[in-house]
Ligand binder design. Structure first.
Ligand code: RAM
Length: 538
């Protein structure tokens, strides 16, 4: 790398990993418990106007459950009224009190009505079938209480009675729910009824993804992801303000740094379960995460400890840039992500993320009193700002293009704004144009669309920001979402991410943006903090 900033000491890595893992452990807090009980009985109904083509229809009140008897081959679906995360406990007996053979049950916990139709033989997914929340259990002794050991994320529970010595009675089905803060954040004042609904669903999403670390989704992948954490931490800052959970999550990721000093893109929270996923654009966001953390909670000593690791991510990415023309070396070991969008040319957005991260790192260095670093990081940002404009700014359209085919994507324009490669006027024009020009590569992913909300805010396009919240996040609510989904394409209610809709996570961390933008709106801050403004204008 040809800019000189504080080195990350690779020789001390093993000791640092151990220390960070220990620090993470010391910041571990037990989750809060709250009981939830079924509200209704439902049945599934095929409906092409519903999300994934299935809706749940209420057929009765679940308060009748203790008086009902279930013979073999009977089925019931319980609706807990909203999404929760937790442990199931069943209190049961057989109607005659006689139990000479085991009770055999199939249980299926579901976030969305579509999942209630799951048949294992039809599974086509590219990720593990193990994610499906299906269990076959045997109960030998009744009357009794059975608690399932695994944690589930769901709103519905389907129970199929496969075998029972005689009719089965559920005296009680208790969902012992868990979350770091097991309540919904307060709704900010001054919002419209629709905005209040969006805030509640976003708050519930955040609540259920905040466990003993920030998880991406409590159904799948049940682990910490750096990109998701960056957005979750922002939402946490305007809701629960759980400083310790952010610090624990930072330590967990740092404890998984590889031998080249690349911070892990995702991490498990259990010692011994290592990850080796390294997405350069996520890794670079570590700089912005630390700066946000410092600005929110002021813990300078904590942030200073991770600063060398943060700038190391920039050093690593710098090594991936092939030349001043902003082309990148590709290495199959590292995934250049930006978005799940198929066919996306990522070179321009990646360079913009680099510039964005350099500017945040410079501000971080300044805040920590490392003035020489700040100057070097700023000079590097200025250099790539000029390079990317030269390589990718199309003089005729005013849009940023990417790759040999000069692809125009929303991702390039959004990151062009966030990085300050566009001025506010240019950004406003580009964000407007990308919505009307034919052939622009669009995104149906809440992760990138959250950055579009941010870009609108930075360019003073409040009406467009509100429209996006209404159309996209509001679109999910109008389809019955009580937590926000990992992916949503309003034009294709059957769009999948991993080859099978059963794998979709319906409560996904990177979708909780309405918490942040509606809180800003309520405070009448149409733009992000002045610090971000000054970054943009540089
Ligand atoms: C998926 C998850 C996660 C995300 C990564 C890139 O596996 O949805 O949230 O950060 O992709």
């Amino acid at each position: 790398m040809d800019f000189k900033v504080t080195e990350f000491d690779l020789t001390g890595l093993a000791a640092m990993r151990r220390a960070w893992a220990e620090q993470a452990e010391s910041l571990r807090r037990e989750p809060e418990h709250r009981d939830a009980f079924p509200r209704d009985f439902v049945r599934t109904v095929p409906d092409e106007t519903a999300y994934q083509g299935v809706r749940a229809e209420t057929v009765g009140g679940a308060e009748e459950l203790p008086g009902m008897e279930w013979p073999k081959k009977s089925s019931l679906i319980l609706d807990f009224g909203e999404h929760h995360v937790g442990y199931f406990e069943f209190t049961m007996h057989t109607a005659t009190g006689y139990c000479d053979s085991p009770v055999s049950l199939r249980l299926l916990a579901a976030e969305l009505p579509y999942e209630l139709e799951y048949r294992s033989e039809d599974f086509k997914g590219k990720l593990s079938q193990g994610w499906i929340q299906e269990e076959y259990i045997k109960i030998d002794v009744l009357p009794g209480v059975v608690r399932l050991p695994r944690r589930y994320a769901c709103r519905y529970l389907r129970i199929d009675v496969i075998a029972t010595p005689n009719r089965l009675v559920f005296d009680r089905v208790r969902f012992d729910t868990v979350a770091a803060h097991n309540f919904l954040p307060e709704t900010p004042a001054g919002l419209t009824p629709e905005e209040r609904e969006l805030h509640t669903a976003a708050g519930r999403t955040l609540r259920d993804c905040m466990q003993t670390c920030f998880e991406d989704g409590p159904k799948r992948d049940r682990r910490l992801w750096l990109g998701d954490l960056y957005l979750q931490a922002k939402c946490n800052a305007v809701t629960y303000r759980d400083n310790a959970l952010v610090e624990r999550s930072i330590c967990l990721l740092a404890a998984n740094t590889n031998d080249f000093g690349m911070i892990a893109t995702c991490a498990f929270e259990y010692p011994g379960m290592l990850t080796n996923s390294h997405y350069p654009d996520y890794m670079m966001l570590f700089n912005a995460l630390l700066l946000d953390h410092l600005q929110e909670y002021g813990n300078k000593a904590f942030v200073a400890e991770f600063y060398p690791l943060a700038v190391q991510q920039l050093r690593v990415f710098r090594g991936m840039i092939a030349g001043e023309d902003c082309t990148l070396h590709r290495n199959p070991a590292y995934r250049l992500f930006i978005d799940h969008c198929p066919g996306l040319e990522i070179e321009t957005p990646e360079i913009c993320v680099y510039i964005f991260a350099l500017k945040h790192a410079a501000e971080l260095a300044r805040a920590l009193g490392y003035d020489a670093d700040a100057a070097a990081l700023t000079a590097e940002a200025v250099r790539w700002h000029a390079n990317i404009r030269h390589a990718a700014l199309d003089a005729e359209t005013g849009l940023l293009v990417s790759g040999r085919e000069r692809q125009v994507s929303e991702a390039s324009q959004i990151w062009g704004v966030l990085s300050g490669v566009f001025s506010a006027d240019e950004g406003r024009a580009a964000l407007t144009k990308m919505k009307t020009l034919p052939g622009v590569v669009t995104s149906s992913n809440p992760y990138l669309l959250t950055y579009l909300l941010e870009a609108y805010d930075l360019c003073g396009m409040e009406a467009e920001r509100d429209r996006l919240l209404h159309d996209y996040w509001g679109g999910m609510v109008r389809l019955g979402a009580d937590t926000f989904w990992e992916m949503f394409n309003p034009d294709d209610l059957h769009q999948q991410l991993y080859g099978d809709a059963y794998l979709l996570s319906a409560c996904h961390a990177w979708s909780c943006a309405p918490c942040l933008y509606l809180s800003r709106k309520s405070r009448n801050e149409s733009k992000p903090s002045s610090a971000a403004d000054s970054r943009r204008s540089k």
